[in-house]
Structure formats: structure tokens, C-alpha cells
Ligand binder design. Sequence first.
Ligand SMILES: *Cc1c(COP(=O)(O)O)cnc(C)c1O
Length: 381
Amino acid sequence: MTFPIEKFNTLRTPFYYYDTALLDKTLEAIKQELRPNHHVHYAMKACTNPKVLRHIVDAGFGADCVSGGEIQACLDAGFPADKIVFAGVGKSDWEIELALKAGIFCFNVESVPELDIINELAGQQHQTARVAFRINPNVSAHTHTNITTGRAENKFGISMEDMVDIVLRTREMSNVECIGLHFHIGSQILDMEDFVTLSLRINELQEMLESYGIVLPNINVGGGLGIDYEAPDLHPIPEFKKYFDTFRQYLRLRPKQQLHFELGRSIVAQCGTLVSRVLYIKQGAVKKFLIIDAGMTELIRPALYGAYHKVENLTSAEGETTYDVVGPICESSDVFVKDYRIPVSRRGDLIALRSAGAYGEIMASQYNCRTLPASYTNEEL
Ligand SMILES: *Cc1c(COP(=O)(O)O)cnc(C)c1O
């Protein structure tokens, strides 16, 4: 990626920079893979920056929401209501009512008590809510434990043993209609074997339902495709072909069944960069610290998940030395990388934290009374 350094130098740091040309290429790469029965719902929680959302809306994608706030944000951004799906273990009444009023495509329901409330609230509005059941497939994805969601011990979804009962239960209810099954096993998944395992598990569950004479029109396999944090310039676009081919090869769909995807990170991660400036270089007792003006308040993933973001000095290529790159926040976990080799840096140098488009800006906080970061795109600069 090339950055408009001259323009950056006129701006107050830290800020997020989005390369919408790369975003458009990424969206195009996904569209190349889609078949007429494939539907992508962008996972809003990865990034809700309106400038980014506009491109995703223009690509014709739907949205996957996990809160009422996200539903509102995606309606505001222009996503069509009938392409919105709504997941989450703890949907509040007002959120369910907002979704019903908007007329979303489907609630991804995560428990029996939630189903009962949706039925009740839909009844009050004289509506029938379309629901899919999020089934916990007990598949252990090979990723960070904090971002696996499909194991039996996780809080998400309905256990496989309860699937038939809950599907049958909807037949007795007057204001819900069961239209599918939903799954989401985790995030930053690079091993396609995990999606093979998920596909085979879904095949088993479909067979079980069929033995009760039930075929549901929609299968939603969630999101989770990972990206290359180590080499963003080598792999700016994730391996969508491998990903979609895996489902096409292993998942056995029934005639007319629609296949839904909820990609978040893989759509927006590589197009986003957190841009910061060097404040001080400090020689500690045992380490040399590169203190920058961005911290965990702008990008919490390293502190929260031990995640890695490539750090680049955009304004110096002189020699190389080892630093711990840290932010200004009063927390020992406010560290981006330790013992990291980059060019010798000076106060005022521009520092890029790469692959920060997903779970970056959206997780920013005002801790330490910080102001939320600004954002710019290549179109604006
Ligand atoms: C977070 C989430 C996604 C998106 O995950 P990515 O790893 O960003 O693709 C999809 N579906 C659900 C239900 C989620 O919670």
C-alpha cells in the first residue's frame, strides 16, 4: 500500500486511514466467487465507519448485526432491511422491536427464552418474525481462544441436541417462522480444515432434521475467514476462492437452499491503517521504547487478544534497531509490539499500524479522556 505522506504530515495524529480502492478490489474479489444462491451479510461489528460502509452498500451486500445500534447504523448507511440478519445472545426488547419495525430478513436466535420473547413482541406488532437458529456445532477453530465461538463451552448458540426440539417448537408458535440454521465458529481462521469440519457437521444436522421431515430454506455459515497480519502487502486480499470453494465442495445443500455468509474482518481489515507519530524515544533500564501518540484507546487488539499488527515507519528507512513500540495510555498492556526491528526512528516520524481496518476504530475508547480518532480515506486526501 502506498500512503499520501505529504497529506498525512498536515494532519493531527493519531487517525485511521482507509484505502477504499483496496476495499473495492476486495469486494470485487468476493463478488467473483458468489453464485446466485450465495448471499453475503457484512459483519457490521468489524467496522461501522460510514465512509467504509458506503462502499459495502454499493457492492450490494447485506449486513449482519449484533445490536440495535448496529441495525440503526446499517439502515442509516443504506443497507436494505431485507438483507439484514441479527445475531447476539442478549437481544434487548427495544432491539428486537427495532428489528421488527425495520422488517429485517432474519433473527439469528440463540436460546429458547429469546425465541419466546421474539414471538411475544412480534405478536404485539401483528407480525411474523423470521428466525434461524444459531446452532453451536462444537467445532474448535484453530484461532485465539478469545475469538473461538463454536465450542460447547462457549456462550453462543443452541446445543445440537436441542436443535430438533426448538425447530419443532416454532410450529406451535403463531408469530415466528423458522427459515434456517445459523453457525459462526470464530474469527481469524486460516485453516480451511475448520470450515470443512463445520460443513460436515452441518451435513449431519441437516440429515437429522430431514429424518423429521424438515428442510429449511437457508443455511448461514457465519464469518471468520482470516487475513495475513504478517505480510499485508503480499496478501492484501484474503483467499476468498479457497474459502468459498471449501463450502462448495463439502457442504451439501438441498435444492433451492440459499447459502449465507457473514464476513467481517476479511472484507475490511487490510484496507485500514492506524497512523500515528513518534513522540519520544526512551532508553529504559533494559529496553528501548518507541513511544507513539496512538495507544490501546485507538487499537485495543494487541492488549485484548495479544494480536499482532505490522508496524512501519513511513518517514524513515535509515538503518534498523530494536524497540518496544508502546502507546501513551496508563496501562502496562498498552504495548503494540515488543523487541521489534524497524528503522531508526525520530520524534515526529509517521508510524503505521497495518491491517487495522477490522476491530480497530470501532473498538476505540475514551479511556484517559482521549478523543476518538478521526478517519480519512484516499478519496479525501
Ligand atoms: C463477529 C461475527 C461475524 C464476523 O466474523 P469475522 O471473523 O469478522 O468474519 C460473523 N457472524 C457473527 C455472528 C459474528 O458474531
